[in-house]
Design a protein around this ligand. Sequence first.
Ligand code: NAD
Length: 265
Amino acid sequence: MNLGLDGKVALVVAASTGLGFAAARQLLCEGANVVICGRSEETLAAAADELKAVAGEETAVLAIPCDVTDSAQIESLIAETVSAFGGLDILITNAGGPPGGTFDTTDLSAWHKAIDLTLMSVVHLVQAALPHLRRSDAPAILTITSYSVKQPIPGLLLSNVLRPGVVGLTKTLALELAPENIRVNSILPGWTATERVTHIFEYRAETNGTTAEAERAKVTDAIPMGRMARPEEFANVAAFLVSPAASYVTGVMMQVDGGVVAGLL
Ligand code: NAD
């Protein structure tokens, strides 16, 4: 199937590693021009080099440093994207997950930081991108959340509370922007083998006095498909959802989780 992404301009946020990087790579392979952002110039430059190696002659990659908790940096990110490519068709929002903890171990400062990182970053990105998406002939927004919006994960209080806010925002935007043909969807990833997840297993092993392999096995044993996702399995779905091939799909909260959420709704 031709996804119709040739020549489209896609901004993938927090894309120097992990899920964002995988989505950026897939969009490039499908013919889109891709802008990636992240906080560290060094990591970003390394990611951009890797992406340039897969870019075709017709596609371009641009890397722009940006901390998504800073709304002024977000405005510059969008302005630079539009100035480089003449417009914006696709926005994929993303950021690192907020720190783990329980209600007792989470202080007010951590709450406020997580609100800025997980929820307000999406608000600022959509605000800055909308005027340009409104000029696109196939505009799409995709938010990256987590399966935890359906099934909270113990020890991840901030994520469990704030990601449902992003889903509420995604669903509401889908309704409000549908008359303008701007589609808004979310992917709810399950366990996906990124570097971040490797660190989580190492951390759990240290805390529980076990090994990273044992912690990994605990997770994969609870996944009906018996394994974590590869980042490209997430990225294939992301590329489809933001593409013109998904032109009648909006307001969808798409689990890519190997069956881990078994609820009926
Ligand atoms: P990751 O840590 O590999 O990638 C997150 C990226 O965000 C990193 O490149 C990091 O530098 C960047 N980042 C963090 N804070 C930022 C900021 N303030 N401004 C700009 N960039 C920032 O993680 P990942 O595995 O790719 O996950 C991406 C998102 O999806 C996270 O929010 C994560 O919690 C969520 N998620 C991941 C999984 C999984 O299994 N990998 C599952 C469900 C949800």
